[in-house]
Design a protein around this ligand. Structure first.
Ligand code: SF4
Length: 164
């Protein structure tokens, strides 16, 4: 049985982003994996209890998901409210779901304070990004799940092919 892949729900067309939109990717590989039942979708922020739409949120101080998981930095919404708790809860639920399904890989939407795996916003709400990862990507990686950004779909396919 090929490895299952945890996937950001917005990549499959679920309108769960902060602004009520999706980030659907129309790629034959993704459609094939979906047909084969290999995709395990989750939106960590919605799973953690946040509504849609919701204010945008960023990790403060140019920090990373690890800083949030270890309580060094917070995730703040655009009004300055501390929303770290639902983000951490959602990350934990994403990890549990991945483990329940035996996912060894994840394909996540880059740039998000939850799902970002290559870069995230810098906490200034000015559109600037830096290299880094969100809370869910960081927690998954801590537990040995290989995380790929949505721009790395072909790299993920190559990695999966190596295993078979
Ligand atoms: Fe998409 Fe992840 Fe943001 Fe949910 S938390 S909307 S799955 S990027």
């Amino acid at each position: 049985m090929p490895a299952k892949i945890l996937v950001s729900a917005c990549l499959l067309g679920d309108p769960v982003r902060y602004n009520g939109s999706d980030k659907r990717i129309d790629h034959p590989l993704l459609a094939e994996w979906q047909r084969e039942g290999l995709l395990v979708p989750i939106c960590p922020e919605v799973a953690g209890g946040l509504p849609t739409p919701r204010p945008p949120a960023e990790i403060e101080g140019g920090g990373n998901g690890d800083d949030v998981l270890e309580g060094r930095l917070r995730i703040l919404d655009a009004s300055g409210n501390d929303v770290s708790a639902p983000f951490i809860t959602g990350a934990g639920l994403a990890l549990r779901l991945a483990q329940e399904h035996g996912c060894r890989f994840a394909l996540l939407t880059d740039g998000s304070p939850s799902c970002g795996s290559r870069e995230i916003h810098d906490g200034s709400f000015s559109g600037f990004r830096h290299s880094g990862e969100g809370a869910t990507a960081a927690l998954l990686r801590r537990h040995g799940i290989e995380v790929f950004a949505h721009s790395e779909l072909d790299a993920l396919a190559a990695r999966i092919a190596e295993e078979h």
